[in-house]
Design a protein around this ligand. Sequence first.
Ligand code: ZN
Ligand code: ZN
Ligand code: ZN
Ligand code: ZN
Length: 324
Amino acid sequence: MKKKIIITAIILIVLIGIGTYNELSGKSNNTSTLSYHNYTSSHHTNTSSAPNRPSNVSSACNHIWNEADCYSPKKCKICGKTLGTKLGHDYQRKTCEEEGVCSRCGNIQPPIAHKWVDATCIEPKTCSTCGKTKGKALGHTTDNGVCERCGLEFFKPINKTGYGDSAVSDIKVGNGLYTIHFTHNGNRNFIVYLYDADGDKSLIVNEIGNYDGTVLLTGNSPYMLNIQADGEWSYTIDKLSITDDINFSGHGDYVTPIFSGDTSVYKFTHDGDSNFIVRIVTTSDYSLIINEIGAYQGTQIVEISGGNAFFEITADGNWTITKQ
Ligand SMILES: [Zn+2]
Ligand SMILES: [Zn+2]
Ligand SMILES: [Zn+2]
Ligand SMILES: [Zn+2]
């Protein structure tokens, strides 16, 4: 019985000790009363060791700041108050495969792993960190007019053939410039009117007998065609292509591919009997350069301000366009 009282007393003392300790430090601690006493004595030592530091020190300090660096935030040399966060290293490297060198402190980081982004139709596999590439772009799949990977639509030339008078409706093309190449095997009129989506009507072919020529599709898609013919006819609609050429030659009606040029002197020739009409189409202008009947030879200044341009030719013979 006496032994039990002693054990209970010890437990009580320990509990009281822990309670007192918790009040003082605000921390949890499972030490005995013995270490509690040790703590309180060292606590007193701590407070008494800083009598030269007033309790309102941070508000009274005329801070002298050390600027933030890679490792530490901006910090007062006197009171230790900090502002913001450390800067961290600013590793510079041309590619992930090189060591990184911190632009501020010179610290060196070993090479890091590339962050590869998969190849696409137009971009090879590329590291999003350093831009290094691997392999080639996949390229579009063009088999059915639409890329199976990215959905890009490709214009496929539209072909049609027929005989005699015919009307064709709902001819659809996308954005851009398109030409239509007609042929006719007959003896009498071959006359084609183009109607655009807005109902604008234009005479695009007016020939007697055989015809083989290319004209521009003007206005807005979808189009309708009204064809008067006495024989077989065909047409092919295609997108106007781009060329590096600056000189052109051909026979009959034609639209040149788009070329890059500047205002220059050009020489024109034509050996036909009928109209010889040449227009230059630029990004800002559509202007008539030549409007003659029969054979022609002459030079003219062709104004090309925007860089890209193409010629539209109406002719019934051989023609040439040559930059001088
Ligand atoms: Zn300070
Ligand atoms: Zn650094
Ligand atoms: Zn990389
Ligand atoms: Zn694609």
